[in-house]
Design a protein around this ligand. Structure first.
Ligand code: ASP
Length: 622
């Protein structure tokens, strides 16, 4: 709780008054949160950023003029009150207010400004529904007055300060990098800014400070951080904003462990300072391949167990057509044992089909064991006693359990058809929630390491980068890429072969309770290796020179080994505040259709101004 220094308008912050202040005079300033007129007496709830305090106007201590003025006050009028702090009369204590043990007995009242009738309220009862979000975004400055929303920004501030304090103590320098820049490859579209002085040329707004932070390492800054705005022109989803904030960092002369210890320390400091939570460090680590095999995702929620079991060997022997179909193919049968899942209703079991389809599979197949141990469900009849026992053995399925299986090709497996790992991920998350298996007291952080170097773009039959093109390929992978690119970009079979090698990079993600919170990597710092990766991605020396020439050039003049990470700051603040709405932690967010509703951006630009920047607008699609 902050108490503001006295200003010309007040001696105290209204919300900071406590029982110990009883007996002192106080002048406060703020908004009329609520007014109750009890005939002779008027009660005012006066609100400032620190909270709400009760002010009482009573003929025994308030001059008649001030009392009359108090009667005329409306919601959100801005006032200044002079008075004395008094303990509240026994029986009138308000435990829901931090100032609830005292009140200010007003001896003076000054109206600073009046508020017109409000388009949205500020004061809501605990169970009252808020107006629609579009209306609240249209009047964002009013909505931000809501104490519940304001609190998120106090937490956001505390998190930013904790990050700064921790990183500064670790020798990081906070450096700002440009907003007007060249396209950076984070895999999204760029927001472009036309240049007035260079007709036909454009700046790109940064998708991240990636290249700059690497250049700072070449410059010998050793440790850099920035709480940086990143701008990506992506199709929007509810949990995305076109501009967002990262805690961005880079370190020289480090390997993964150095980075992990630093990032863990950073998170521990933030959780300690902001939430009073002691995180357990070091965070566990698993490789990407292991994460996919065990959880079907690269961001597993480890607040519950539920691990994937491969039951291909057992179930392909079942007298069940779909299972027999996998014999001799690259398809697998994998599933999850759900403890206590046998109690799900028929309707809840039917729902699993849609859940599995959301994750890319044709459907889900389930069996359950009743309390008597008997097996029932979709493929129960296909298992004779011997096979059923082998199935129990392989999966641990016991009385009361459900087993849900998915058939198809899984990540890393060769062959045709879409990958169905996502189906098990969806089922795992859905069933954990449904059966209350999530231990919400846990803070389940982990590192997922060794991401693939390349992904495969099936539409264009080519390699694309999985993390970013600056990530250092892992053991042996550099040699393989140098070899595969010595005659230029591999195409067709050669490209497939390179992808098929499943090369791993030294890229990593930090995952918290099933959400990706950070990503980063050890970077390539040798120009020839960087060019080889570019070449593999179809970016030949000339294009590389045009796009990233300054980075490749910098590497020629003595680049230290370096690595870094970026945490999604908005998402972190969401976790710390407990909101599931990204817009609740961004002061002036865009809607899901990327509009700013009160200042009305984006907006058409007058012709003259467009001419200045040499831009002509085409009709959409023209
Ligand atoms: N620039 C990367 C990102 O935004 C993070 C990093 O590799 O440091 O995901």
């Amino acid at each position: 709780m902050t108490d503001f220094l006295a200003t010309a308008y007040r001696t105290r912050a209204a919300g900071s008054l406590r029982a110990a202040d009883a007996g002192s005079p106080a002048s406060v300033a703020g908004w009329v949160h609520r007014r109750r007129d009890l005939g002779g007496i008027v009660f005012l709830d006066l609100r400032d950023r620190e909270g709400i305090v009760q002010v009482s106007f009573d003929p025994s201590w308030t001059p008649a003029e001030a009392l009359a003025e108090a009667r005329r006050l409306g919601p959100e009028d801005v006032v200044r009150v002079d008075g004395m702090v008094f303990p509240r009369i026994h029986g009138q204590l308000n435990e829901t207010l931090e100032t609830g043990e005292i009140e200010i007995r007003a001896t003076g009242l000054e109206v600073l400004t009046r508020a017109e009738p409000l388009p949205i309220q500020v004061d809501y009862a605990a169970d009252e529904e808020l107006p629609g979000e579009d209306l609240r975004l249209r009047y964002r400055y009013l909505d931000l007055r809501r104490p519940g929303l304001l609190r998120n920004f106090v937490i956001r501030h505390q998190a930013a300060q904790a990050a700064r304090a921790f990183l500064s103590a670790q020798g990081f320098l906070e450096v700002e990098t440009p907003l007007l820049t060249k396209p950076t490859p984070e895999g999204a579209r760029d927001f472009l800014v036309p240049s007035r002085v260079h007709p036909g040329e454009f700046y790109a707004l940064p998708q991240s400070p990636q290249i700059y932070k690497q250049l700072l390492m070449v410059s010998g800054f050793d440790r850099y951080f920035q709480i940086a705005k990143c701008l990506r022109d992506e199709d929007l989803r509810a949990d995305r904003q076109p501009e967002f904030t990262q805690i961005d960092a880079e370190m020289a002369f480090v390997d993964e462990d150095d980075v992990f210890r630093t990032a863990e320390g950073l998170m521990a400091a933030i959780f300690r300072d902001v939430a009073g939570v002691e995180l357990e460090t070091p965070f566990p680590q698993i490789t990407y391949a292991e994460s996919m095999a065990r959880y079907g995702t690269d961001k597993p929620d480890l607040r519950y167990d539920l691990e994937i079991v491969d039951v291909t060997e057992v179930l392909q022997q079942a007298d069940f057509r779909i299972f027999q179909g996998v014999r001799g193919t690259a398809q697998r049968i994998r599933g999850l044992r759900i403890p206590g899942g046998a109690r799900l209703s028929r309707r809840e079991l039917d729902e699993l089909q849609d859940v599995a389809r959301r994750g890319g599979a044709a459907g889900a197949l389930w069996v359950k064991r009743g309390d008597d141990g008997a097996l029932a469900g979709q493929f129960a009849k296909g298992l004779d006693e011997g096979l059923a026992n082998a199935f129990y053995e392989a999966t641990g399925v016991a009385a009361g359990d459900l087993f849900v299986a998915v058939v198809g090709r899984f990540r890393g497996g060769e062959g045709e058809g879409a990958e169905v790992d996502g189906a098990l991920d969806e089922l795992r998350r859905h069933l954990a929630r449904k059966l209350d298996l999530v231990d919400t007291s846990k803070h389940a952080w982990l590192w997922v390491t060794e991401f693939p170097v390349f992904d495969w773009d099936a539409d264009h039959e080519r390699l694309i980068y999985a993390h970013n093109p600056f990530s250092m390929p892992g053991d042996g992978a550099v040699e393989a890429i140098l070899e595969a690119t010595k005659d230029g970009t591999p195409t067709g079979e050669a490209a497939r072969k390179l992808y098929g090698m499943g090369l791993r990079s030294r890229a990593y993600d930090a995952v918290y309770n099933g959400a990706e919170m950070a990503s980063g990597s050890v970077r390539i710092h040798v120009p020839a290796w960087q060019q080889a990766v570019f070449t593999a991605l179809g970016i030949g020396p000339e294009e590389a020179q045009a796009k990233f020439g300054f980075l490749l050039e910098a590497y020629r003049f003595g680049a230290p080994p370096h690595a870094g990470f970026a945490f999604g700051f908005d998402r972190l603040v969401m976790m710390l505040t407990g909101t599931n709405n990204l817009r609740d932690v961004v002061a002036f967010p865009k809607t899901t259709s990327a509009r700013a509703l009160f200042e009305e951006a984006p907006t058409a630009i007058p012709d003259a101004q467009l001419r200045d920047v040499h831009v002509q607008v085409r009709a959409p699609g023209a």
